[in-house]
Write a protein that binds this ligand. Structure first.
Ligand code: SF4
Length: 323
């Protein structure tokens, strides 16, 4: 049996899991994925994290504890700094390896790779090769694993931007999106680890679909569409997530492809407090598309979220019939 590499089903899992899994499988490692977030994982994360941590980081720590208890030999905790020029991930994501080590006692060894596209691409490749060396494979296997991972990531991106799938659809093996052009079009904007984690988000996307809406998210847009949408705002965000959320908000509005927008923010998230405010102001000034802001924390009640979503969708239906 190969080395068991634990991957927490949280934070950047929703963005890079196909690449990570392909990489480790090509190195003959066994990938151990933590389960879907549940109350136990949330409670463990809340106990382990400092009070000021945002909810997604608390949940990440709960997933780490779960992998520790499941006997993973190593846990993959990458440090993703930048994946494009002049844009950065949030400091909590940059500091994940340190946060993990200081917060969760008894963790097995952490496998940390730094991804920083501000440095030369060959630096990232040499970090990946260094990580691959842990698995004691034949010469050339690391290069093959990197190539296979990059192809898997490309397929994942295309399935979303061209195929209209969400990360959750793709990761659950859904092959094609079922679009119905008569349904209400609702944009849902938030970090992937918030809106696709069923427990954390209380399945906001599923509930909107049940209420008759077709949901459009940032991941379904191409890189070019996000860049074009960002131009609607006077300043570019230097946070990767902020850039994507502003870009999607601008693009949705500019192209008139949504009838309502649901913004999902995390309590305790600095970037969200700024970005959501900018998006809300932008939409409010134009008064064309209603916006619903939902802030999630560990105390958010499902009943309240359902009531707000139902009222929002009713209002959108009413607008469609009367305007
Ligand atoms: S962007 Fe916000 S929610 Fe995400 S890790 Fe950073 S502080 Fe937490």
């Amino acid at each position: 049996m190969g080395i068991r590499v634990g991957i927490p089903r949280a934070l950047l899992y929703y963005r890079y899991y196909p690449a990570w899994k392909t990489f480790f499988n090509a190195l003959q490692a066994e990938v151990v994925l933590s389960p879907e977030t549940n109350k136990e994982i949330l409670d463990a994360g809340v106990r382990l994290a400092v009070e000021e941590a945002c909810l997604p980081v608390k949940i990440y720590l709960g997933h780490l504890a779960c992998l520790r208890d499941r006997g993973a030999d190593l846990i993959f905790v990458p440090r993703v700094v930048a994946v494009e020029e002049k844009k950065y991930f949030c400091p909590k994501i940059l500091g994940l390896p340190e946060i993990a080590r200081c917060s969760v006692p008894g963790l097995p060894e952490l496998l940390t790779v730094e991804v920083n596209m501000r440095k030369k691409a060959r630096k990232v490749i040499s970090c990946l090769k260094k990580a691959a060396a842990v698995f004691d494979c034949r010469p050339g296997t690391a290069e093959k694993a990197i190539r296979a991972a990059s192809k898997a990531q490309k397929r994942y991106g295309l399935a979303m931007s061209r195929g209209g799938l969400t990360p959750a659809d793709y990761l659950n093996g859904v092959q094609s999106a079922a679009n119905n052009h008569r349904r209400l079009k609702v944009g849902v904007l938030g970090h992937a680890y918030n809106i696709y984690d069923l427990f954390l988000s209380m399945n906001i996307i599923g509930k909107l679909k049940d209420l008759g809406a077709e949901v459009i998210t940032t991941e379904m847009l191409s890189f070019e569409a996000v860049r074009a949408g960002q131009e609607c705002f006077s300043k570019e965000s230097f946070w990767t997530f902020g850039h994507e959320l502003l870009g999607a908000a601008g693009y949705f509005h500019k192209k008139g492809i949504i009838e309502g927008l649901v913004l999902v923010a995390s309590f305790g998230c600095g970037p969200d407090s700024l970005i959501c405010e900018l998006v809300e102001r932008y939409y409010r000034r134009r008064q064309e598309i209603p916006v619903l802001l939902i802030t999630l924390d560990e105390h958010t009640g499902e009943a309240g979220v359902v009531t707000r979503l139902e009222a929002f969708v009713d209002m959108l239906q009413w607008r469609r019939q009367t305007l």
